[in-house]
Design a binder for this molecule. Structure first.
Ligand SMILES: Cc1ncc(COP(=O)(O)O)c(C=O)c1O
Length: 371
C-alpha cells in the first residue's frame, strides 16, 4: 500500500498535553492547562441547557444545513444565510477550502509562523506552499503580495495571528485587498475575533459588500467556550460558498454543537464578560513582562507569546513539573518563547508566580557561575 507522497513527510498535529496525562505523569492533584487557547470560564449556561435538551435526539442525524443556527447567525452578522458555511471546528473549514481550491500546480501564500493547519492541509492537496516570514511578529503584506502569481489560489491572513497575537489593521488590510488579483481567495482567519480590543481592527464582514474574493473564518471554540463540540464557520460571498459546499461532509456538525452554538450566540453578555476578563488577564502578563524585562507581543487574542531568551522547552518543562501546561515556542517557530493562554485571574497569578521563581533561580544560578 502507498499513501500520497505528501503524507509521508507530514507529522500529525501535536496538541497541547492533556490534563489527565500530566496528572498521572507527575503525580499532581491539580493541573492548569494554558496551552490551547481555551476559555477558562467555560461556556454560557444557556449552551449547557440547550445541550441537555438535545440529548433525546441523539439517534437522529443532525440538520446538515444547520438551518436554525444558520438563520440566527446570519441575522447576528447581518449577512445572507447563503453566505455561511459551517465546519467541524474552523479547522474543517480550512480543510474544505484546501480541498476545494488547491491541487498540484497551484500555490498558496501564508505568513510564517502562523496557524499550522493552512500549511498542513495545503501540503496534503499537493499545492506549493509560499511562506512569508513575519516582520516583528506582523504579517508582511507587501512581501505576501509579491509572492502571489498566476498559480496562486489562496492567501491566508491570520488576524489575530496565532501564535503572536498581532493583527492586521484596517488600513493595511484595505490596501492589501485592493491589490490582490481577483482570481485569488483571501482567507481572513478571525478565530479570536471576540477578544479583539484594538480600535483599528477591521470589521471585515462589511468588506464582503466590496470584495467577492474574501472569506472570513470564525469559531465557537474560543470565546464561546465550545471547543469540545467542534463548530466553526466561514463567511463569504454566496458564489464562493456555493462552489465549495460539495467539499463539505453532509453531517459535519453535530446536533449538540448546533444547539449549543445557537444558544451560546444568544448570550452576548457572556462573550463581553469573557473579553473584558481576558483584557485584564493580558494586563497581568504585560506587567509581569515589563517587570522582568521580557520581550513580548501585545496580543489581541486570549494568549500571549513571551520570549524568555532561552529554550522554550526548558520553560515548558519547568512549568509542567509544577502542574502548568503551556505551549513551547520551539514547536511554533519561536524557539526561545512560550505561548501562554490567558487564564482566570488566579490561574494567571499562579503561572506568573512560577515564572518569577524560575527566573529568580536562573538568575541566581548565573550569578553563582560568574562569581
Ligand atoms: C488561528 C486559528 N484558527 C483556527 C483554529 C481552529 O479552531 P477550531 O477548529 O477549534 O474552530 C485555531 C485554534 O487554535 C486557531 O488558533
Amino acid at each position: 500500500m502507498k499513501v500520497k507522497v505528501q503524507l509521508q513527510h507530514l507529522k500529525p498535529y501535536q496538541p497541547g498535553k492533556p490534563i489527565e496525562e500530566v496528572k498521572r505523569e507527575y503525580g499532581l492533584e491539580t493541573v492548569i492547562k494554558l496551552a490551547s487557547n481555551e476559555n477558562p470560564y467555560g461556556c454560557s449556561e444557556k449552551a449547557k441547557k440547550a445541550i441537555a435538551e438535545e440529548l433525546g435526539q441523539l439517534a437522529i442525524y443532525p440538520d446538515g444545513y444547520a438551518r436554525a443556527l444558520r438563520e440566527a447567525l446570519a441575522a447576528h452578522l447581518n449577512v445572507k444565510e447563503e453566505q455561511l458555511i459551517f465546519g467541524n471546528g474552523s479547522d474543517e473549514v480550512v480543510q474544505i477550502i484546501c480541498r476545494a481550491f488547491l491541487e498540484k500546480g497551484t500555490n498558496t501564500v501564508m505568513a510564517t509562523p502562523t496557524f499550522p493547519q493552512y500549511r498542513h492541509n495545503a501540503v496534503i492537496e499537493g499545492a506549493e506552499i509560499r511562506e512569508v516570514p513575519l516582520v516583528n511578529g506582523h504579517h508582511d503584506l507587501e512581501a505576501m503580495l509579491a509572492a502571489i502569481d498566476e498559480a496562486t489560489r489562496v492567501v491566508w491572513i491570520c488576524s489575530p495571528n496565532n501564535p503572536t497575537g498581532t493583527y492586521v489593521n484596517e488600513t493595511a488590510l484595505r490596501s492589501f485587498l485592493a491589490r490582490v488579483p481577483k482570481h485569488v481567495l483571501v482567507v481572513i482567519d478571525e478565530a479570536y475575533y471576540e477578544y479583539v480590543q484594538a480600535d483599528d481592527y477591521p470589521e471585515t464582514v462589511s468588506f464582503l459588500n466590496e470584495y467577492e474574493n474574501i472569506m472570513i473564518l470564525r469559531t465557537f471554540s474560543k470565546a464561546y467556550g465550545l471547543a469540545a463540540l467542534r463548530i466553526g464557520y466561514g463567511i463569504a460571498h454566496e458564489n464562493i460558498i456555493r462552489s465549495i459546499e460539495p467539499a463539505r461532509e453532509p453531517f459535519n456538525t453535530s446536533r449538540l454543537a448546533q444547539a449549543a452554538a445557537l444558544a451560546a450566540l444568544s448570550d452576548q453578555v457572556f462573550i463581553r464578560d469573557c473579553a473584558e476578563r481576558n483584557k485584564q488577564g493580558l494586563e497581568q502578563f504585560y506587567r509581569f513582562c515589563e517587570e522582568q524585562q521580557l520581550a513580548y507581543y501585545r496580543s489581541e487574542g486570549n494568549f500571549i507569546l513571551i520570549d524568555f531568551g532561552f529554550s522554550g522547552d526548558e520553560v515548558f518543562q519547568y512549568l509542567l513539573k509544577r502542574g502548568i501546561i503551556v505551549r513551547s515556542g520551539c514547536a511554533l517557530g519561536f524557539p526561545t518563547a512560550v505561548r501562554i493562554t490567558v487564564g482566570s485571574q488566579q490561574q494567571n497569578e499562579a503561572i506568573i508566580h512560577a515564572l518569577t521563581e524560575m527566573l529568580k533561580e536562573r538568575r541566581g544560578h548565573r550569578c553563582k557561575e560568574t562569581s
